[in-house]
Design a protein around this ligand. Structure first.
Ligand code: F6P
Length: 319
């Protein structure tokens, strides 16, 4: 293998830069050239890319987002778009790809693999909903961002005797909501995987209220209901003054945590080593603190549901 390409696709997250840097420097160390495609699959289609030397990836490890930028490409989802991408890779002499992203990006990686491109995927999504990895890139940093925000909100909640509904990301996954609730000491977590018992929520908050504990934090995953509806119900049923805070894209940015810097560095390195060994069509994941490859075919047909244990714990500790 003489030249590899790297791209980041789908929603960005902290730790992507660590993976790009590590993959680049690992390849260069083996005498393999590296190109970085800009804006994910869209960069393969133009093509829009830059030659990556060790200098190009200097000074990015501590920065959030992805310096290669990211995008979602409709054209790449079409058979013609995919064939065009393969043609460009051939013309450029790129004989292996490292693709960093979430489930949509890994599906794209599998499509390229099926068209004969050697590909290794790296899981990156703050939702932590990618199977065959204990943690995806960006999750830990996003959680730290959420905890910082909730700590701030708790200060003002206690000053004003208010209940806050804090909406976090996760359309189909309650991982961020449950783990943030546990780690911030929130009173309740509402997640898409488990139907919310609003009566149970109100009973719990009323007990607190009657005991004189007159502020509360409810963490809501974005896919599990409307924050304002929950706030209105809590106000109507208990009399709590309520406020809503939607954390939105704030969660996805910021300097990566040590965990995400290490994970990105380990996954980026492993991805390139596998490509150079001739392995392909796999995703590297973190399993019991080891880096383990799994076939992309297996990854994309599997589902990762957050353990019920986490949601249960958030409710047990929220009383
Ligand atoms: O999949 C990651 C994620 O951050 C989700 O949690 C969120 O719903 C979505 O991306 C937001 O996507 P966009 O950046 O396109 O608004």
């Amino acid at each position: 293998m003489k030249k590899i390409g790297i791209l980041t696709s789908g929603g960005d997250c902290s730790g992507m830069n660590a993976a790009i840097r590590s993959a680049t420097r690992t390849a260069l160390g083996h005498g393999v050239q590296v190109v970085g495609f800009r804006k994910g699959y869209a960069g393969l289609l133009k093509p829009d890319f830059l030659e990556m030397g060790t200098k190009e990836v200097a000074g990015i490890l501590h920065r959030g987002g992805t310096f290669l930028q990211s995008a979602r490409s409709d054209e790449f989802r079409t058979p013609m778009g995919r064939e065009k991408a393969v043609r460009h890779l051939g013309e450029m002499g790129v004989d292996g790809l490292v693709i960093i992203g979430g489930d949509g990006s890994l599906n794209g990686a599998l499509a390229l693999h099926r068209l004969g491109v050697p590909v290794i995927g790296i899981p990156a999504s703050i939702d932590n909903d990618i199977p065959f990895t204990d943690m995806a890139l960006g999750v830990d940093t996003a959680l730290n961002n959420i905890i910082y925000a909730i700590d701030c909100i708790k200060d003002t909640a206690s000053s004003h005797d208010r209940a806050f509904v804090v909406e976090v990301m996760g359309r189909n996954s309650g991982y961020l909501a449950s783990t943030a609730a546990i780690a911030s000491g929130a009173e309740y977590a509402i997640v898409p995987e488990v139907e919310c018992d609003i009566q149970d929520l109100c009973d719990q908050l009323r007990t607190r209220w009657e005991e004189g504990r007159s502020n509360a934090i409810i963490v809501l995953a974005e896919g599990a209901g409307r924050a304002q509806d929950i706030a209105d119900t809590v106000k109507d049923v208990i009399g709590f003054e309520t406020r809503v805070t939607v954390l939105g894209h704030y969660q996805r940015g910021g300097a990566p945590s040590v965990f995400d810097r290490l994970l990105g560095s380990r996954l980026g390195h492993a991805a390139v080593e596998l490509l150079l060994e001739g392995q392909k069509g796999k995703m590297v994941g973190l399993c019991c603190n080891s880096i383990v490859p799994t076939l992309l075919e297996t990854v994309v047909v599997s589902e990762k549901r957050q353990p019920d244990e986490l949601h249960n714990l958030s409710l047990i500790l929220g009383i």
